[in-house]
Design a protein around this ligand. Structure first.
Ligand SMILES: CSCC[C@@H](NC(=O)CCC(=O)O)C(=O)O
Ligand SMILES: [Mg+2]
Length: 368
């Protein structure tokens, strides 16, 4: 394929409720969408970088700039562009994995649409539906938390994940256990909010039968995660730390985690996400698909990825209405706690152009 032009579109989508984590609160999502036009058709990609560099060092304005100024010039010169050649072509630019992932996704979508192959089939999906969990933010009160969790349980979500931080950890976990019982699949995510001084609070979580404790410490601190993993019965899961298949293998071999949250944007794309999946499978470590509040574009691709065999825990692949009153694609609807894997060519969904236009804050087309 030859890349002919790329449309970079920023959209603002309001969240149905504030989403608070240990690193801040989101009330709208500023999303960068990428539409790649090639000589064999077009494809869509979604950049998962947040508006601010608070989850990782990437942020949406920076991703847009590095795509336009450094990444696209390297792709426009490719005479026989394929999704598999995007990574090597961009290797000269260090980091910016979320930006690179968005471009690779758009090229992959265009390529698969031209062949009439679904992303799920291409990646090796083995299921037609995936089990869905849901992520619950830090709430203003315990009662508000229980109301929100009760709503998701009633909708049929297969697993509840609570955001925690020092001072909002033991009480919410205990309250959810008391209100919904010991059989509710339950896990927590600290987004790196703990350190050696506050780690003892996590020891106390070990008696609540959690599925896992996600990313309690700093991204680079595999040693602290390994110390905790040796001390707890509850598995430690890594998110921010795992930026590639090689890092996943190193973390597992250091005993830093027993479960891995895979996010394609965080590792540089869906092709690397499959490599992380495969490495974890080879080392006997289950994985699940994380989320970055994706629109239906990224959600469609995540659901396809989550259908691979070693995705053995419900992911943060929630229904569209968990975050958005109106998605930019036809909404993903939870049925019996599951989402259906798209079967159409490529990612299998298209944005609704009327909705897209209504949410667009800026759009530009980059050409060679
Ligand atoms: C804005 S918080 C994004 C990162 C967070 N994501 C979630 O909690 C799930 C979000 C979703 O359901 O898309 C994580 O660290 O796992
Ligand atoms: Mg996480």
């Amino acid at each position: 394929m030859k890349l002919e032009a790329v449309e970079l579109r920023r959209i603002d989508i309001p969240l149905v409720r504030p989403f608070r984590t240990s690193f801040g609160e989101q009330i709208t999502r500023d999303v960068l969408l990428v539409q790649a036009s090639t000589d064999e058709g077009t494809g869509w990609g979604e950049c998962v970088a947040l508006a601010d560099p608070v989850y990782s060092s990437e942020y949406v304005a920076g991703a847009e700039a590095v795509i336009a100024d450094h990444l696209l010039p390297r792709l426009f010169t490719q005479q026989d562009l394929t999704a598999r050649s995007v990574g090597p072509a961009l290797r000269g630019v260090l980091g910016h994995r979320m930006a690179k992932a968005a471009l690779e996704m758009a090229v992959l979508d265009a390529e698969l649409r031209s062949y009439g192959i679904s992303l799920g089939r291409y990646l090796g999906a083995e299921r037609a539906r995936v089990e869905c969990g849901v992520s619950v933010g830090i709430a203003p009160t315990i009662d508000a938390l229980l109301d929100e969790v009760g709503g998701y349980v009633a909708q049929g979500y297969r697993r509840i994940k609570l955001k925690i931080q020092p001072g909002w950890d033991l009480e919410p976990v205990r309250a959810v256990r008391d209100a919904f019982g010991v059989d509710l699949p339950l896990q927590v995510d600290a987004n790196t909010a703990y350190d050696a001084a506050t780690a003892p609070r996590l020891h106390a979580l070990d008696e609540y039968g959690l599925l896992l404790i996600e990313q309690p410490f700093a991204e680079e601190d595999l040693h602290q995660h390994a110390l905790l993993a040796r001390r707890l019965v509850t598995p430690v899961c890594l998110d921010e730390s795992v930026v590639s298949a090689a890092v996943a293998a190193d973390a597992i071999n250091r005993g830093a985690c027993g479960v891995v949250n895979i996010k394609p944007g965080r590792v540089g794309g869906y092709l690397e996400a499959v490599r992380v999946h495969d490495v974890c499978a080879a080392l006997g470590v289950p994985v699940w698909c994380g989320g970055m509040l994706e629109t239906g574009i990224g959600r469609a691709a995540n659901v396809a990825l989550a259908a691979l065999p070693n995705f053995r825990l419900p992911g943060d692949t929630s229904a569209s209405d968990r975050y958005y009153a109106q998605d930019i694609t036809e909404p993903f609807v939870l049925v019996d706690g599951q989402l259906a894997v798209p079967t159409g060519p490529g990612i299998g969904v298209e944005p609704r152009l009327d909705v897209l236009e209504s949410m667009t804050t800026r759009v530009r087309t980059v050409r060679p």
